[in-house]
Ligand binder design. Structure first.
Ligand code: NDP
Ligand code: 2IT
Length: 447
């Protein structure tokens, strides 16, 4: 088996030599899915995984725009259209200076499996730019978004490819992108998700990723007759996903004690309750300031510069910032402090060393492609509402989101339960996602 995986990875590595994050994401899937394929006559020998690691299409383009002092700035734009076997390409846009082909291909690859897990008809894609939104004026953000859409519009559409938000892309950016798409195409369609409520958005979409991550944690705890009540939770990040993970965990009577950004983390031993979270939301979403300012308002809390929150004692950890933010040393610290549940809100936040440490300790460990699928699932619900030209209530959308998360959890158990009863959610998510996409690819022939 090892030699089959190695042979496959050697080929993928040879073709994608300078794409470490992409190779990391592929290797994790190969390690779990190849042993499954080998035993299944319908999949074996068809090179399905080899087809899945090759994007159907990669679009790269120039994004020129003019900043507030009149200089011409040039960024690079991308859209990876990874797999459309089960539906149109669907996935977010990331605006961050670290964005490159490797990062977007890893995200697009994971998106294919994640979207399949939601049970909704969505293929996988991802895009973005190396544009840095930090410290930019609203006007600069708008001009950048307009230039970006000035090329992207010819590649996307409500039945072709439907982008959404990710790091650095929230409601404001989706608005500017949508406005430009509508102008260029002269049509009002659900081509983007995460839209504002008065122009086609869905209730609960802003909350969905964070809420879903907590709902998944709840399902995992239920397998051990436990709940979030009274649990100490560490959360990283302080953006969209972190904020709503904090909100839902607190509503379920857990105590969230950390949040972070790229500058460092805050530790509030008394817990970040609803009113403190409202302060954070205003700080981050309106003032666009740093999390360090939390301690000016709440001086009993601590700010630790340049560090991640994984050394803080907790029962549950929810990494909600970015990829590879938890390494093996962090994982060992979390385990030594008694942490027994990880529900990933971010995409691939744990590096392979950390994942193996969690699995070896047999704790409840959910990979992002399962536990953060609530965001894209609710994007799928936004698409349905757009097509039907109706709006569901908060309760209706939240109920569907909870059902979807619990369904994903069940599917992970179905494909991930080991002989000793331990549920390997990584294996479960990868195989469940693979089976759905592979069956569609087989039915549609070699295309
Ligand atoms: P936001 O831009 O709203 O927030 C990102 C947060 O993570 C910020 O606090 C940011 O800090 C921090 N962060 C980003 N990059 C780094 C870095 N390189 N090092 C340290 N901190 C960093 O993004 P989201 O909350 O939307 O996304 C967070 C994660 O969740 C990402 O992995 C994303 O792919 C994933 N995700 C998002 C979904 C969504 O619907 N939005 C859906 C599913 C997954 P700072 O402000 O200092 O940069
Ligand atoms: O990583 C993700 O799933 C997202 N950024 C959300 C994608 C979407 O289309 O809502």
């Amino acid at each position: 088996m090892k030699s089959k995986i190695k042979k496959f990875m050697d080929l993928v590595r040879q073709r994608n030599q300078f794409e470490p994050e992409f190779l990391q994401a592929v290797e994790e899937v190969a390690e779990t899915v190849i042993p499954y394929i080998v035993n299944k006559e319908i999949y074996y020998g068809k090179n399905i995984l080899l087809r899945m690691v090759e994007p159907e299409r990669v679009i790269m383009f120039r994004v020129p725009w003019i900043n507030d002092v009149g200089e011409i700035v040039v960024n690079r734009g991308f859209r990876i259209e990874m797999n459309s076997a089960i539906g149109p390409y669907k996935g977010g846009l990331r605006f961050h200076p670290t964005v490159n082909l490797s990062i977007l291909k890893f995200l697009a690859f994971e998106q294919v499996f994640k979207n399949a897990l939601t049970t909704l008809p969505m293929g996988g894609g991802k895009g973005g730019s190396d544009f840095d939104p930090k410290a930019k004026s609203d006007g600069e953000i708008m001009r950048f978004c307009q230039s970006f859409m000035g090329e992207l519009f010819r590649h996307i559409g409500p039945n072709t490819d439907i982008p959404a938000g990710d790091i650095g892309v929230g409601g404001r950016e989706i608005g500017y992108l949508f406005g430009m798409y509508k102008k260029l195409r002269n049509e009002f369609t659900g081509v983007l998700t995460g839209k504002g409520m008065s122009w086609g958005g869905s209730l609960i979409r802003p909350e969905a990723t964070g809420y879903g991550t907590v709902y998944f944690a709840q399902s995992m705890l239920e397998t051990r007759n436990d709940s979030l009540k009274g649990k100490i939770v560490t959360v990283s990040g302080s953006g969209n996903v972190a904020q709503y993970a904090c909100e839902k965990a607190t509503q379920l009577e857990a105590k969230v004690v950390t949040l972070s950004d790229s500058g460092g983390y805050i530790y509030d031993e008394e817990g970040i309750d609803a009113s403190k979270l409202a302060f954070v939301m205003d700080l981050k979403n309106n003032k666009r300031a740093r999390i360090s300012e939390y301690i000016d308002k709440y001086p009993k809390a601590k700010y630790v510069e340049g560090k991640k929150p994984w050394g803080i004692k907790c029962d549950v950890a929810m990494p909600c910032a970015t990829q590879n933010e938890v390494n093996k040393v962090d994982a060992k610290k979390l385990l030594a402090n008694g942490c027994f549940l990880i529900s990933e809100g971010a995409n691939m936040p744990s590096d392979p060393g950390a994942v193996h440490a969690f699995q070896a300790a047999k704790i409840l460990y959910a990979p992002g492609k399962a536990s953060n699928a609530g965001g894209v699932a609710t994007s799928g619900l936004e698409m349905s509402q757009n097509s039907l030209r109706i709006v569901w209530t908060r309760e209706e959308v939240d109920e569907r989101l909870q059902d979807i998360m619990s369904n994903i959890h069940e599917n992970c158990i179905k494909y991930g339960k080991q002989d000793d009863g331990y549920v390997d959610y990584v294996t479960g998510a990868n195989i469940a996602g693979f089976v759905k996409v592979a069956d569609a690819m087989l039915a549609q022939g070699v295309v």
